[in-house]
Design a protein around this ligand. Structure first.
Ligand code: CTP
Length: 403
């Protein structure tokens, strides 16, 4: 009963594959889902409302303006009272109407009115599927976040062969289960702390010391860990990125604030320090804006060392996360410096990258890293920062599972 209590709105349009929908309704109900069906006029030529009503246990929606008024199952109400909408089969015509935002029958009006996730299972003749209009419509729908299942390749009712067959009811069920009841990820039940972005160290009320970190890599690591089921606390310095979904985000400015937020977030199973923390702060922050005095020398800033967050988290103690991962941004002698950092800061792993001029890494979208562990050094190819994050999150999951 993987779908117990979940409400599925099934929109059936006019394709021969509609004959498989009664079986899908049966499978969904077998998993505990509540199923309601909307049938287009063309769909009703392939499967009768009576079959769908009998199997779903609910009246089937067919008219946008039923004679009894909108009160019973109006299109707005239908679209809201569901956890997911599945269009199966989705004909070329209905996909086109969805892409255009038409609402000229109950099915299309429901799809236009919904704020719930929508999946479509296209089914049509291979040429209709391959037509540039259909491909453009499907691309539009994907770009809007609509999930597309299939179509599969194989012999078709119209005696042609190729992509266009609707995915089997079991595959549609699996897609709904993946969406509504995803299997717990390998980091389920783990808490991971991630630092990201630069810090800003104030000089006076309007000026600060900072660096070029964009936070892209750290934020991507936080998102990848959350995608594997971890409870993530992201402690972020000032960045221009949106907060990633599904995690607690603590916004800080300075290194001292970042350390305090990290200590507050403990205990954690793992910590990933991806922030480019400023190593120094100004000893005394001016209360008012520093002014230029004609002829006077430029002010001399006295700097003092900031706390090292990675070293603090990795220091032996009761609250030390089992796995502490640091980053090393270097412009020369990458591996030697990175290994020295790993030992000095007592980190388990260091993700080392060369940020020398021309690498385009700091602030860029790609990263090329070396992973230093007690076991040695691995060189990873140049990858998108999201892919580096995904691989690192998987490695973290493996390491936590092994300890
Ligand atoms: N780090 C930290 N707190 C600091 C400085 C660095 O937590 N005050 C962490 C970073 O998040 C990173 C690692 O330490 O995981 C290494 O950062 P990096 O800037 O490469 O090294 P530094 O320790 O600052 O040394 P240096 O600037 O001399 O290379």
């Amino acid at each position: 009963m993987r779908l117990a209590g979940k409400r599925v709105l099934l929109i059936v349009s006019g394709g021969i594959a509609a004959y498989k929908i009664p079986e899908l309704v049966r499978l969904l109900r077998g998993e505990g889902a509540e199923v309601r069906c909307v049938l287009t006029a063309a769909g009703a030529k392939f499967v009768t409302p009576l079959v769908l009503q009998t199997l779903s246990g609910h009246p089937v929606g067919e008219d946008l303006f039923p004679l009894g008024g909108e009160a019973e199952i109006g299109h707005i109400q239908l679209s809201r009272a569901a956890d997911v909408l599945l269009v199966a089969p989705a004909t070329a015509d209905l996909l086109a109407r969805m892409a255009c935002g038409l609402g000229n029958d109950l099915a299309s009006a429901v799809l236009l009115a919904t704020d719930k996730p929508v999946l479509v299972a296209p089914a049509m003749n291979v040429r209709m599927w391959q037509h540039p209009a259909t491909q453009a419509n499907v691309a539009t729908l994907r770009a809007r976040g609509i999930g597309v299942i299939g179509p599969e390749s194989g012999p078709m009712a119209c005696n042609e062969f190729g992509p266009g067959r609707m995915s089997e009811p079991e595959a549609l069920l699996a897609a709904l289960v993946a969406l509504l009841a995803p299997a717990p990820g390998p980091l389920a039940g783990r808490h991971v702390l991630v630092t990201s972005g630069p810090t800003h160290e104030p000089i006076d009320p309007v000026r600060y010391l900072a660096n070029r970190s964009s936070g892209r890599q750290g934020h991507a690591v936080a998102a990848a860990l959350a995608a594997l089921g971890a409870r993530v606390t992201l402690v972020s310095g000032p960045v221009a990125l949106a907060d990633p979904e599904g995690m607690a985000v603590r916004h800080v400015e300075t290194a001292e604030q970042m350390l305090a937020a990290c200590l507050e977030a403990l205990p954690a199973d793992a910590a990933v320090c991806a922030a480019a923390v400023a190593d120094w702060r100004v000893a005394e922050i001016a209360a008012g804006k520093l002014k230029k005095q004609p002829g006077a020398a430029a002010p001399r800033l006295e700097l003092v060392a900031n706390p090292d967050i990675l070293a603090t988290l990795a220091a032996p103690g009761r609250n030390r996360p089992r796995l502490v991962v640091g980053f090393a941004a270097e412009t020369a002698d990458l591996l030697a410096h990175a290994e020295a950092k790993r030992r000095q800061k007592q980190a388990d792993w260091i993700v080392a990258n060369d940020v020398g001029g021309g690498s385009g890494i700091m602030g860029g979208t790609e990263n090329e890293i070396h992973l230093l562990t007690a076991a040695g050094v691995e060189h990873w190819p140049r990858l998108a920062k999201e892919e580096v994050a995904r691989r690192l999150a998987l490695r973290i999951a493996q390491a936590l599972a092994a300890t």
